[in-house]
Design a protein around this ligand. Structure first.
Ligand code: 6PG
Length: 317
């Protein structure tokens, strides 16, 4: 397969650790309070009570802990830095899990997420990843033909799948000849079959499928997958895959993994960039009493949750 030989290099702009000296000496390094903004400028002590604790900074990234300790939160100077780190994160997991399990089950959302995976289809990953182990799923899909511009499958195909040698039989798209309800049932049946054949892991505690890596974007309203704030689908607790005919984000007909499936995952990456997402990010991570009003605030996987934010998306933290 032809590929452009472009090394993946982080945009190295070290944040001087000496900046920590500005904090009172009696407070340990890991509990000093910084705003995310300041992590990228002077790392000065911030007296704003909604600030989050900055536990580590390196290169163009700040890593912070949230009041609810909802996983790791990585904040990058730019979306490009985010994409570099996301590629390494996914490639490292793929390598480890493919060797352990013999397959690597990856779930995509639609939207901007797929573009943020662009570094994975460049060197060194294009050649170093064992793509034959990858199995691709969608956390949600618009119920349109696969060649329709709204199709999440088409988006992933154009930006990602057409550029890597994942076997066609390992790509699990919805049956676009069915209604939303039919396509959801059909997709659930497909997942059940893959659990039986051990391609797909199963959570021993919840009995829902346990995907190795779920890569998801978030809407400005705090929706994830096709789980929208206030919609009854957010409460679904038995089905693996459900459907919606009245999605507030067009197109209206979609299928979606349910919250218990998302929360049974071994790894979830929430990939969020841009100022338009800043309020929902703030609510999910910092506004303890309101975070569960948003579907994204309900993401608490069995395994690891990692947020990949750019500086704009983190600007209200
Ligand atoms: O099919 C969809 O609509 C997506 O799967 C959806 O859940 C998406 O991930 C978010 O809306 C974020 O999209 P953006 O990143 O483009 O804002």
């Amino acid at each position: 397969m032809a590929s452009t030989c472009r090394a993946v290099t982080a945009n190295l702009r070290p944040i001087p650790i000496s900046s920590f000296a500005q904090s009172p000496p009696h407070i340990p390094l890991t509990s000093r309070i910084f705003s995310v903004k300041s992590a990228f400028s002077a790392l000065r002590l911030n007296s704003n009570p909604s600030s989050l604790r900055c536990i580590r900074t390196k290169a163009s990234m700040a890593e912070i802990v949230t009041p609810k300790s909802k996983g790791k939160v990585k904040v990058f100077d730019t979306e490009d830095d985010l994409a570099v780190s996301l590629a390494k994160y996914a490639a490292d997991l793929a390598d480890k899990i493919s060797q352990e399990r013999g397959s690597f089950t990856v779930v995509f959302s639609g939207g901007s997420l797929v573009k943020s995976l662009r570094k994975l289809v460049e060197q060194p990953y294009i050649d170093s990843i064992d793509w034959s182990k990858w199995h691709i799923f969608w956390v949600d899909e618009r119920v349109v033909p696969k060649d329709h511009p709204d199709s999440n499958y088409l988006l992933a195909y154009n930006e990602f799948l057409s550029k890597v040698p994942i076997p066609a039989g390992n790509v699990y798209a919805i049956n676009d000849a069915l209604s939303a309800e039919g396509a959801a049932d059909d997709y659930e049946t497909c997942l059940k079959h893959l659990v039986k054949t051990k391609i797909l892991d199963q959570s021993q505690s919840s009995k829902f499928p346990k995907f190795d890596l779920m890569l998801m974007g978030m809407g400005p309203d705090g929706h994830i997958a096709s789980l929208f704030p206030g919609h009854p689908l957010v409460q679904e607790s038995e089905k693996w895959v459900s459907f919606i005919n009245d999605s507030p984000k067009p197109p209206p007909e979609r299928i979606s993994f349910t919250l218990p499936v998302i929360n049974s995952s071994a790894n979830v990456a929430l990939v969020v960039a841009g100022a338009g997402k800043a309020s929902a990010v703030y609510t999910a991570l910092s506004d303890v009493s309101n975070s569960e009003v948003l579907p994204v605030g309900l993401v608490e996987p069995e395994g690891e949750l990692t947020w990949f934010l750019d500086r704009e998306a983190a600007s209200k933290l």
